[in-house]
Every structure is written in C-alpha cells, then in structure tokens.
Design a protein around this ligand. Structure first.
Ligand code: SF4
Length: 343
C-alpha cells in the first residue's frame, strides 16, 4: 500500500472512507500534503485531533535535502536528496526568466547502461515511490519558492517506473494539490517503446523527450545498450503515434560527441529523421565522465553543427550550460557521496 502522502485524491478518499470517515476528510488531507506541503499530521489543523491520532499509525514518506551545491557562475543549484533508507538521489534546480525548472530523479541508479552516464555505473538499486519524486519538488519549493516546470531526467529511466511516475504526475497536476500542469512536465526516455505507446494512448498532455544521440542504429547501439532492444524504426513509429494522438511535438536530446555524432552524415540523417516530424532538437555538448573516453567538441564545432541544422530547416537549440562548476552532469555527485558513505 502506498503511504498516505503519495495516494491519488480518489485513493486517499477511499482510504479515509475505509476508516469510517467522510470523503471530504480525504480531500482535506490531500490539500494538506500537496497544497500546503505539510509533513507532520500534528500540524494538520483542518482534521480533528482524534482522526489525526487514528491516522498516526499509517505510514508517511519523507525526503530530505542532504547536501546543496550552489554554482558560483549562475543561479543553478544541485541537491543530494536523502531517502528513508539512506539512499541518495540527485536533483538540479535551474533559474530561468520564466521561473524555476527542476530536474527530477525517478529511480535510485538505472539499469539502462548508457555509456556516457554515471547514474548507471552500479545498475538499478530501486524504483522511487511517488512521494520520493514529489518530495524532491516540495523540499526545493519550501526553500526557494514555487517550481514552474520539471523534467524527469535525473537518475533513472522514467518509463521503467511508469506506474509510480503516473501517480506522481497526477498528484502534482491535481487542482487541489501543488498544482503543476501536465504541460509543464517533461519526461525524458532512452526509448522504451512499450512505455512510449502507453503514454501515447492516455490523455495526460505531458511533454516527451527522446535521448536520441545518434541517427544511426549501430552508433546508437554502441552508446546505449537499450537501443539493441528497441531500434530507431520502432521508436519513431511509437513517437509518431504519440504525436498523432496527443498533437504534441517530441524533443530530441542530442549529446554532441566529437567525431562520433557531429559529422556530415549525421546531419544528413538527422534531416531525414526529423524534417517532416513535429520536433525540437536539443544539442548538449558532452559533459565527460571518467569512464567514458570520448571528447566534447570545441565550441566552434557545436555552433557549426547548430547552424547546419538550422539551414536544413530543423528546429534546434543548444542547451544552456548551467552549473558547470558543480559537477552537474547525471549521477556523478551521488556516486561520489555513496562511495564515501559505503552505500
Ligand atoms: S542516461 Fe538516463 S536512461 Fe541512460 S543510464 Fe543515464 S539515467 Fe539511465
């Protein structure tokens, strides 16, 4: 059973009903957890004391900020969140002109094995529960104010934990909760086709981003082992269904690696893949990790690649580098601290 503070409104109402309470008590409790960001039932003054004592035996989940790293170059902050089993997960908070956006983890570790990513080095430890995702947002909100948008791109593959991710998104979107619109949520996947299809055939209008990284099947397989299971043809068929059903464009994350995916043939193939699809191509110069021996292209090469994409009619941006001085790439901080703590 999910903890009280990670149940959808209708499930929480049912939990309270099963305890012999009117359903509006479930609503009050939901608002306390997700609108007021309450953590301790003792401070939930809308509920009678006798009911609070009754509920005291049912579990609540918690997430704490264990470490904060503030960039000296910009307003980016990186966090290590501590879970109840002492595991650590990472998150990044970025300040934009429209407000804060936050990168959220969905699993402790990851089993997808992308060669350029530190989060996967020790495999998957476990899935995060819905509150362990909500708590990342609530804790930063308490300190810095409302978060405008989120991207599920921290450690973990969101579609590998889709059931909990959907509960998390539903609670976050609820008008009685935080609330954050589905449209301000972006789910980034390495290409799990069954999950993409599941997203295509439901009505939450969340944004979808694919970690593309190469338009060539063989090169992609060399970077991302999961590509051997779902090839590009199958992935694009699923993405087309997502666009057809929900009318939404797909974002393509493209980590630029010198000599690997920034060649002329990559440009030509990208054009074939994206030109006639609703798309946004996001170029990310490689943030090297020790175990991955490839190089980031020089700035001039990054700009050239972008210009060529524009000339071909692609909708392209270079991701603004934020928090470059705080080791902000995926998984590196968590790995360092967990090693120090012997986890
Ligand atoms: S890039 Fe994402 S999917 Fe790939 S290993 Fe890292 S966390 Fe997992």
């Amino acid at each position: 059973m999910l903890a009280l503070n990670e149940q959808r409104l209708e499930d929480l109402e049912k939990t309270l009903k099963d305890l012999g309470q009117a359903s509006f008590r479930g609503r009050q409790l939901f608002e306390y957890f997700h609108k007021q960001l309450g953590k301790d039932l003792d401070t939930c003054s809308t509920l009678p004391k006798s009911l609070r004592e009754n509920l005291g035996d049912l579990p609540l989940k918690s997430v704490d900020i264990a470490h904060t790293f503030a960039s000296k170059k910009d307003q980016t902050k990186k966090f290590l969140f501590r879970l109840e089993d002492q595991r650590l997960i990472e998150g990044v908070l970025m300040k934009n002109n429209y407000g804060y956006s936050q990168c959220i983890s969905t699993q402790v570790g990851c089993r997808m094995g992308c060669h350029f990513c530190a989060s996967t080095k020790n495999g998957l430890v476990r899935n995060l529960s819905p509150y362990e995702m909500l708590g990342q947002i609530y804790e930063t909100t308490r300190r810095y104010g409302k978060i405008h948008s989120i991207i599920l791109m921290g450690s973990g593959e969101p579609l590998d934990n889709l059931e909990n991710v959907l509960i998390f998104m539903d609670i976050l979107n609820s008008p009685l909760g935080y609330p954050m619109s589905y449209r301000n949520m972006t789910l980034s996947t390495c290409g799990l086709v069954p999950g993409i299809l599941q997203l295509a055939h439901q009505d939450r209008k969340v944004n979808l981003a694919l970690s593309l990284h190469s338009p060539f099947q063989k090169i992609r397989e060399g970077m991302m082992p999961i590509a051997k299971r779902y090839d590009l043809k199958e992935i694009f068929q699923a993405l087309d269904q997502y666009t057809d059903q929900l009318g939404r464009r797909v974002s393509y994350e493209y980590t630029l690696i010198d000599g690997v995916n920034n060649r002329e043939e990559d440009l030509e193939e990208l054009k074939k893949l994206l030109k006639n699809r609703l798309h946004h191509l996001n170029l990310i110069p490689l943030n090297p990790i020790d175990e991955y021996g490839e190089d980031r292209p020089e700035r001039a090469k990054v700009l050239y690649f972008k210009k060529r994409c524009e000339d071909m009619g692609l909708n392209v941006t270079i991701r603004r580098e934020q928090g470059g001085d705080i080791n902000a790439s995926c998984g590196q901080l968590r790995q360092k601290f967990e090693e120090e703590e012997g986890l």
